[in-house]
Design a protein around this ligand. Structure first.
Ligand code: F6R
Length: 629
């Protein structure tokens, strides 16, 4: 939530920052702004409500000089205060000398604001973030006096003022600050969620909330951990602790993603591109990990061959949103093949009860971004209770991957569309890899079956590719159903999470009210909703152990004049006859079927949203990485 960029180097800063913001727009898109450091040692602020396009127009109008080569930028997802020009970031102190951009929530901002107002500070916005600028101003007054006689005293005062300001705030944050009297140093800091990546260039350095903003410039990066502060100048970067100011060494890593992967590549929307990329994303996720000769799964890192993975007694899966639905599918697989108890928890609920987990628990956190605050906090809670943590994640170096004991990377590549698609299918692929690996090391599956499953898995990218060719048929269906205001999705067993995911995709990008239910639940209430205006999408696959039961659900819908779409196995006349319309997927074993059944549901949501002229990649009120609670 909220995207942050920073640059210092020899290049014109404004276009570079705007480009970076455009790459981060999926993190928030209700307003955006820049703070530029002029060569004359002044701060120039430009900010606008609305999409980044509005800011681009304002910057163009302002005729920004190419001699300005340092600055910061922000794209906002509002938490406190409406999305107006005034509430857009950057925020400044009273004198307009300090500017900050902030992602997160300053939980004690009301108290701080009152204290600062009592000292004469004048606030211009309704945001919690503005207190940071005024706190730094206060810090500068004090620190400038303390350090005035020392060599390099001004620079020291600037760093210490920011450090002091951060010590005053409660909450989670990523923040970047600039000071017109110290144009050579941008300061970034992080505590809790949010994510802040430092990009290293030659005579230039960068800061961003997320890697896509850096890919056009550098792939050499390091991530800030909690309570770390980076001081960035064109010639170098150094990291110190926010808590005690002591230097912290950082390990630089090389990002594997390319700049092209973060482009639309000729598609009208990132979401469609990402749906179509799924065969490649799955292929990459399996690549070099599946030994089809032996059925062995080769996972990177020592954790996967440690005694713990043979000995744990319980699994807890933790995730949010689409990743949570992947976790629900994971429960089916892990329980079935490992025969250990598996719980699935919505990560935001997990920390507020007292879950029974301990040293014998493997907690598997699933997150595309690796920065979802609820998931991160649940991870820490599980760790504090003694569990070992495995992460299924798409972003190497993200918080989740840094805090986990073992990591299984989904190699989906950058996912930019707010509605998650390829991240989901690769999470399912990763859960399969994990199941097969654990089943082998725990001797829970005979070698012949492992081999058979590994081979079935390896065929999936090709099968998803074939399925995507049905896009035209789904488009036709979308034309018939885009007019409805409500939708139900039903599934049973391993298809229940897919019903939930199908409904989520539709509601988030088309704004049609859609709910997913287990078929068995219908008679316990939801069937009251059925009439000729209520389309129901039933996932009715022959391979399912509860196929007949879902056929009964379908009959019950039709008996009440509901509109029925059935997602069926190719050639299944029985299920097909009961429905008004049919979507077919190739026959596959029940356990693997979610990887196929979800694909037409993604396409259906996409095509309906397109017909309704929705902002598919940036649906209203949403942001890609939910970094505040
Ligand atoms: C829905 C969607 C969200 C995310 C959720 C978790 O399409 O994208 O529901 O799945 O916010 O995000 P990650 O996986 O990054 O932790």
């Amino acid at each position: 939530m909220c995207g942050i960029v920073g640059y210092t180097g020899p290049k014109p800063a404004a276009p570079l920052l705007l480009n970076g913001l455009a790459k981060l727009e999926y993190r928030g898109y209700d307003s955006a702004g820049l703070a530029l450091l002029t060569p004359q040692g002044r701060l120039k602020i430009i900010k606008k409500a609305g999409k980044i396009g509005n800011l681009v127009a304002a910057v163009k109008k302002a005729h920004i000089s190419p001699t300005i080569t340092a600055g910061i930028g922000h794209t906002r997802w509002a938490t406190h205060g409406h999305p107006t020009d005034r509430n857009a970031h950057p925020h400044t102190d009273c004198g307009g000398e300090v500017a900050v951009v902030h992602n997160g929530i300053v939980e004690n901002y009301e108290k701080l604001k009152k204290q600062l107002q009592a000292k004469g500070h004048h606030f211009k916005s309704q945001t919690d973030s503005e207190v940071l600028a005024h706190l730094i101003e206060e810090g500068l007054k004090h620190q400038s006096a303390v350090h005035s006689r020392q060599p390099a005293g001004k620079a020291k005062a600037w760093v210490e003022a920011v450090r002091w300001a951060l010590s005053q705030i409660e909450g989670t944050y990523s923040v970047v600050a600039v000071y017109e009297r110290e144009p050579e140093s941008l300061i970034g800091a992080r505590a809790g969620g949010g994510g802040l990546v430092v990009g290293l260039g030659k005579d230039e350095n960068f800061l961003a909330s997320d890697v896509p903003a850096l890919l056009a410039h550098t792939r050499r990066v390091y991530y800030l951990d909690d309570n770390e502060m980076v001081i960035l100048s064109p010639s170098g970067t150094r990291v110190v602790s926010v808590l005690n100011g002591k230097p912290i060494p950082k390990k630089v890593s090389e990002i594997q993603w390319s700049a092209e992967q973060a482009e639309k590549g000729g598609y009208p929307h990132f979401m469609l591109k990402e749906i179509m990329e799924q065969p490649r994303a799955l292929e990459d996720t399996f690549n070099s990990r599946l030994d089809l000769g032996t059925g062995e799964v080769l996972l990177e890192g020592k954790f996967w061959s440690s005694p713990f993975v043979r000995e744990f007694k319980k699994i807890t899966l933790l995730a949010m949103g689409t990743s949570f639905y992947a976790a629900m599918v994971g429960k089916f697989l892990l329980e079935k093949y490992l025969r250990v108890p598996v719980e699935v928890d919505n990560a935001s609920e997990f920390r507020y009860r007292d879950p029974i987990i301990g040293k014998d628990t493997l907690a598997i956190v699933i997150s595309q971004s690796g920065e979802t605050v609820d998931t991160l906090v649940a991870l820490r809670e599980a760790k504090a209770k003694g569990a070992k943590i495995a992460a299924i994640c798409n972003v190497m170096g993200s918080s989740v991957t840094r805090e986990a004991d073992g990591v299984l990377l989904t190699r989906a590549g950058p996912e930019i569309g707010v509605a998650s698609t390829k991240a989901f299918t690769t999470q399912l692929g990763a859960l399969w890899l994990l199941t097969l690996h654990l089943a082998r090391v725990r001797k829970a599956m005979p070698p012949a079956e492992l081999k058979r499953k590994a081979r079935e898995l390896a065929r999936l990218p090709m099968m998803v590719g074939a399925l995507l060719k049905q896009r035209k048929a789904v488009e036709k269906l979308a034309k018939l159903y885009a007019k409805y205001f409500n939708f139900l999705y039903i599934g049973r067993g391993i298809q229940y999470p897919i019903a939930l995911e199908g409904a989520l995709k539709l509601k988030e990008i088309s704004y049609i009210h859609a709910e997913g239910y287990p078929g068995g639940e219908m008679k316990h209430g939801p069937i009251a909703l059925i009439d000729s205006k209520m389309p129901v999408l039933a996932i009715a696959l022959k391979s399912s152990g509860v196929y007949e039961k879902i056929l009964n659900n379908m009959a019950e819908v039709k008996a009440r004049s509901g509109k029925l779409i059935a997602l069926v196995e190719k050639g299944d006349k029985l299920a097909g006859k009961k429905a008004d319309h049919v979507i077919e997927i190739p026959a596959i074993s029940e356990d693997l079927s979610p990887l196929l059944s979800v694909v037409p549901l993604q396409l259906l949501a996409y095509e309906i949203a397109k017909l309704k002229h929705r902002e598919i990649d940036q649906p209203r009120n949403l942001a890609k990485s939910v970094t505040v609670e």
